[in-house]
Design a protein around this ligand. Structure first.
Ligand code: BJW
Ligand code: ZN
Length: 236
């Protein structure tokens, strides 16, 4: 913890990669932990383009359930600590795999959402994309004003990440002198590849997680524990 505090004090450019673990203490289910979403539901049924093509109502019912859970939760001290940290570092980029919007709610400004937003919808027919905070729709699946089918504007398996956001994330990872990877199992690519990119570009890498991941043996410092407790301590 002491070394990491020093690195933070010296850092001019910090990039952070977060995953579902940072929102766990807010009450948001993760994907791959013991009670994670992928333990209860099959990815192939819910989070792929072909699942949506097959049964858009099933997919929307699941996303609406998740939206209703998220509507009740708040950012936790880990989210707020990252928003505070951003104010202290000359160049700071928060790269998140999360779709929940809690970093932005906590006040983080420079956020790159690699996997989209659960609070946005996109039309399959005309491409129109917009914020849509409803948790119940008059009809499911909901329709665009053009009559096309709306889908959640998130990135499903087998889909490319938004290319401008991905490029910005690569640039941030490459130019960072300190890279924090927090609350992610680091098994989903290309997001997890940012850690190696930062490392090979010369950044120190610090991981914060309650459990070890495939990255843990290969980084500069592992801080084991809940991010909602460790992050506030780190920046205190
Ligand atoms: C705590 C904590 C606390 C708990 N404090 N910690 C290379 C090899 C093999 C396959 C591939 C490959 N490259 C690409 C692929 C395919 C695939 C992939 O990665 N598959 C692997 C799983 C094998 N990737 C893709 O398909 C991606 N697209 C792509 O590659 O496109 C290529 C392409 C190019 C051109 C044309 C077409 C295609 C897209 C991936 C999209 C991922 N989508 C999801 C769903 C988003 C929408 C939604 O939410 O519904 O994103 S899946 C899910 O996983 C979600 C997450 O963002 C993502 C990562 O999960 P995360 O955040 O790491 O959560 P968990 O649950 O896994 O981990 C939580 C962690 O927190 C744990 O470590 C806990 O210990 C920890 N924790 N409490 C701190 N309190
Ligand atoms: Zn449309």
């Amino acid at each position: 913890m002491h070394a990491v505090r020093q690195w933070l004090d010296q850092a001019r450019s910090v990039a952070v990669l977060t995953g579902a673990g940072v929102s766990a203490e807010s009450g948001v289910p993760t994907f791959r932990d013991a009670n994670g979403l992928w333990k209860q539901y099959r990815v192939q049924d819910l989070a792929t383009p072909s699942a949506f093509a097959r049964d858009p109502k099933l997919v929307w019912d699941w996303y609406n359930w998740r939206r209703s859970v998220l509507a009740e939760v708040k950012p936790n001290p880990g989210h707020y600590a990252l928003a505070d940290l951003e104010k202290r570092i000359p160049k700071f980029t928060l790269i998140t795999q999360n779709v929940d919007g809690l970093h932005e709610l906590a006040g983080s400004r420079n956020v790159l959402r690699l996997h989209g937003s659960i609070w946005e919808v996109r039309c399959l027919a005309c491409g129109h994309q917009a914020v849509d905070l409803r948790i119940s729709f008059p009809e499911i699946p909901p329709k665009c004003h053009c009559g096309g089918l709306l889908r959640p504007a998130v990135v499903w398996f087998g889909e490319p990440l938004p290319s401008d956001i991905w490029k910005a994330a690569e640039t941030a990872a490459r130019s960072s002198d300190l890279f924090l990877v927090i609350g992610t199992s680091a098994v989903v690519y290309p997001a997890a590849g940012l850690v190696q990119l930062a490392k090979s570009s010369g950044a120190r890498v610090v991981e914060i997680n309650v459990a070890q991941t495939p990255l843990t043996g290969d980084i500069d410092q592992f801080l084991q524990g809940p991010s909602g407790e460790l992050l506030p301590q780190l920046i205190a």
